[in-house]
Design a protein around this ligand. Structure first.
Ligand SMILES: *Cc1c(COP(=O)(O)O)cnc(C)c1O
Length: 396
């Protein structure tokens, strides 16, 4: 069997996105900035895509800035908000310890430039407490950046509440919604959001394209200088094939959202139930406020990396956490931030489902993971120590 269960890392391109891109590459080759008819055809397609994307999140087309993906959108949002703070002499920023590195590393850079950053620790279930968030706001807080849903443990934040607190205090509110757009119902007006990042390859669109929504009236900083594309805020000829692919993928994801969730939830829950039956295993993230396709568990006494390789040999593509931390031997910063001890965080496994996964695959994964964990424990010195009572079990 060949099972792809790493949809939080990236998804397969959908048929409609692929068709839209193919058509664009072959027919809409004009430059949207050209005044002739071939250019204007491209400009019209660009506008239509911008409108489609805006509409799906309740924004207007002039509030959408195309970027090279989620990372760039996060950088542009944070640096724009920081520039506003610079002018207003407000240099305090609020975020969390479970953000994506595109956010955390940008905040790190700002710290070196004299900004002060408060990183909130979410509750053990990976969710920020609104009271704690409200209490961390200060007179000099310029913006807050809190992810909509976590890419590793799937926890969904109370964005509407957090946004409301910011709006009342005149604090700019950005959310990295890369894992949420196309998967959860999002509206930037119902949930007062000032800036929002999204990325196409997390909802079956192409890689290397994303967008930043910025509420009208909030000034945006220019990261890439050059031509007047994106209303002067992001130079360079637009990646029209990718933009059209993104719009097609998003339109489908939103149209099918309810149906997809209804299919994914029972599969996800079955997988969770099957895995936590394995002794000394713990679920990471909240059991309810969780992305419909996300499963993340820690197994005591094993190394996540060994498990991944073993599962790959059985045809299962999984992850130990974010794609950015795999390859390094440090445990996930997200698991540490929710209070998992180092040893436990090392034994993590993330399986992220899409609508293409089947119940047969879930059953196969449960069986193979049970076997793999038993085998790895049988050869693990840590596990032997635990069995012999030389160490305490952390996970009961
Ligand atoms: C994938 C991801 C990103 C980065 O998006 P890219 O398009 O790969 O740059 C940022 N934030 C979150 C939460 C993500 O899951």
């Amino acid at each position: 069997m060949n099972i792809y269960a790493d949809n939080a890392a990236t998804t397969r391109l959908s048929k409609s996105a692929s068709d839209a891109m193919f058509l664009c590459q072959n027919k809409l080759y004009g430059n949207p900035s050209s005044l002739h008819s071939v250019g204007q055809q491209a400009a019209e397609a660009l506008l239509a895509a911008r409108e489609t994307i805006a509409e799906t999140i309740g924004a207007s087309a002039e509030e959408i800035y195309f970027t090279s993906g989620g990372s760039e959108a996060d950088n542009q949002a944070i640096l724009s908000a920081a520039a506003i703070g610079e002018k207003k002499k407000k240099k305090h920023i609020i975020s969390t310890g479970i953000e994506h590195h595109a956010v955390l590393h940008t905040l790190e850079k700002l710290k070196q430039k004299g900004y002060e950053v408060t990183l909130l620790s979410p509750h053990e279930n990976g969710i920020v407490r609104p009271e704690e968030f409200a209490a961390s706001l200060r007179q000099d807080t310029v913006f807050a950046t809190i992810m909509y849903a976590n890419n590793e443990i799937g926890s969904i934040q109370p964005i509407a509440e957090l946004g409301k607190i910011c709006r009342e205090q005149g604090v700019i509110f950005h959310t990295d919604a890369v894992q949420a757009v196309g998967h959860l119902d999002i509206n930037v007006h119902k949930e007062p959001i000032d800036m929002l990042s999204l990325s196409a390859h997390k909802f079956h669109g192409p890689k290397g394209i994303g967008a930043l929504y910025v509420k009208k009236g909030i000034p945006v900083s220019t990261l890439i200088e050059g031509g007047a594309q994106e209303r002067g805020k992001r130079a360079g000829t637009e990646n029209l094939p990718a933009i059209l692919g993104m719009a097609a993928a998003l339109k489908d994801s939103v149209a099918d959202m309810e149906e997809t969730s209804a299919k994914l939830l029972p599969l996800r829950n079955k997988l969770i139930e099957g895995l936590i039956k394995i002794p000394h295993t713990i679920l990471n993230g909240d059991c309810k406020k969780r992305l419909p396709g996300n499963v993340n568990v820690c197994f005591e006494g094993i190394e996540g990396e060994s498990l991944l390789l073993l599962l790959d040999s059985k045809g299962i593509c999984a992850s130990s956490g974010s794609a950015c931390t795999s390859g390094s031997l440090d445990p996930s910063h997200v698991l540490l931030a929710i209070g998992r001890p180092h040893e436990i965080a090392h034994g993590s496994l993330r399986l992220t489902l899409s609508v293409e996964n089947t119940e047969e695959e879930i059953n196969y994964m449960i069986a193979e993971i049970q076997n793999a964990v038993s085998y790895l424990r049988s050869i693990s010195p840590i596990w032997r120590d635990l069995q012999e009572g030389k160490k305490e079990y952390v996970i009961q």
